[in-house]
Design a protein around this ligand. Structure first.
Ligand code: AMP
Ligand code: ZN
Length: 116
């Protein structure tokens, strides 16, 4: 892990390859991997490798890189026609459990609204 990572952070460890997973996407800034408890047939987590606690801390340049990564995953998985849901939970009212910013990419079924 580099200096920007948080030593006790689960997703920093995943990004650093210290916890085995399958990277479905990786570049120098962003990585994506399957959620351990999927709620949809496709459920990936997309994260910056650098530790940011929530979206409030993420610089706009990194947001752009996350966006690019998501677009590449959407293309690779063929999700653009049927669609998908992209979720960012922020803070306790937002339902965030893991304090390393992440986006849930959900697809493969119809998603309803409003969420719980
Ligand atoms: P959130 O509630 O938005 O913070 O979501 C955290 C997500 O991380 C949940 O959907 C968990 O299932 C997922 N998760 C927790 N531990 C792991 C892990 N080791 N590998 C992959 N996903 C995980
Ligand atoms: Zn982290």
């Amino acid at each position: 892990m580099d200096d920007s990572s948080s030593p006790d952070c689960l997703f920093c460890k995943i990004a650093a390859g210290l916890i085995p997973t399958r990277f479905v996407y990786e570049d120098d800034t962003v990585v994506a991997f399957p959620d351990i408890s999927p709620v949809s047939p496709l459920h990936y987590l997309v994260i910056p490798k650098q530790h940011f606690t929530s979206i409030i801390e993420v610089p706009v340049e990194v947001m752009g890189r996350v966006h690019q990564a998501i677009l590449q995953i959407v293309a690779k998985e063929g999700l653009s026609t049927k669609g998908f849901r992209l979720v960012n939970n922020s803070g306790s009212d937002g339902g965030q459990v893991v304090a390393h910013v992440h986006w849930h990419l959900l697809a493969g079924r119809k998603h309803t609204w409003p969420p719980g």
